[in-house]
Design a protein around this ligand. Structure first.
Ligand code: SF4
Length: 269
């Protein structure tokens, strides 16, 4: 029909995909149902991570001259602090103290480490057409090295340590490499995780054959997610249920808790 638009292609992000793999019902309540949002509770670790990411984003943004020193980063942390999800003022004060130490260590290490790279993207959303869906990913930071290597860097605010295998088998990191591969097909691509609590980092270089296999697996996984039949689905009990925001919704949808499971549920909402 003249003037009519093709239906918009569904999109999947690493967060959506990992949510589905953890529990399809959680995916449903989070992304497909209007009811789910009323049951979501704030989490302190999300607030903490979001605040730290925001300050690091400003530190690496050459256009932002406001966060260049440890003192400025600490001030930015205080100004942008997200309070949601903390149980007590003491818990929040402890987290803020940890955040300041993390920023201090991060900036000191960054400034005393020799670098051959320039930051070319910060908190950038990239997309790639995967046939039946569009893959969308938001990358914390991308650096371009003197030898042409393009490196995606992901900050993990809750981690003390990281190994290359944590990257090799991480859906998000592989998605980020896949997204970068499209924009930089001739360049070596590297993925790095920085464990902010210790400053440790690990990296993995993209291997074309492995990435091709990942792309196929991702396409298949996307098809499974998009072709799920949600009508009449009965949630199945799993360990995650005991601390899940959606437990009341799943119970109403027929979830049965096995009698021998621990009764330490934390329903909250
Ligand atoms: S309560 Fe259990 S089955 Fe329901 S969404 Fe949460 S983890 Fe999934």
């Amino acid at each position: 029909m003249p003037g009519s638009r093709a239906p918009r292609k569904p999109s999947l992000s690493p967060t959506k995909i990992t949510t589905f793999l953890a529990c399809p019902d959680k995916f449903y309540w989070t992304y497909l149902s209007d009811q789910g949002r009323y049951y979501l509770r704030s989490k302190s670790y999300y607030s903490f991570g979001t605040t730290l990411h925001g300050v690091l984003q400003r530190f690496h943004d050459a256009r932002d001259q406001g966060v260049q020193t440890v003192d400025q980063a600490v001030a930015a942390l205080e100004d942008s602090w997200i309070e949601a999800g903390y149980n007590t003022p003491g818990e929040m004060a402890e987290a803020m103290g940890e955040g300041k130490v993390i920023l201090e260590n991060y900036i000191q290490k960054f400034e005393t480490t020799e670098r051959d790279a320039t930051t070319i993207m910060i908190e950038r959303q990239l997309r790639r057409d995967m046939g039946e869906f569009t893959l969308i990913g938001r990358l914390d930071r991308v650096d371009e090295h003197a030898d042409g290597t393009i490196e995606v860097i992901d900050y993990k605010s809750g981690r003390q340590s990281v190994e290359p295998s944590d990257i090799e088998f991480d859906i998000a990191m592989n998605c980020y490499m896949l997204l970068l591969q499209q924009g930089y097909p001739e360049r070596p691509i590297r993925a790095t995780i920085i464990a902010l609590r210790s400053g440790e980092s690990a990296s993995v270089d993209l291997e074309p054959a492995r990435m091709e296999q990942f792309k196929e697996d991702l396409s298949e996984l996307g098809r499974i997610i998009l072709n799920q039949e949600w009508e009449g689905r009965v949630p199945e009990y799993k360990d995650l249920c005991s601390n899940c925001d959606f437990f009341p919704l799943c119970q109403r949808a027929g979830l049965v808790v096995p009698s021998q499971s621990p009764a330490e549920f934390d329903f909250g909402g």
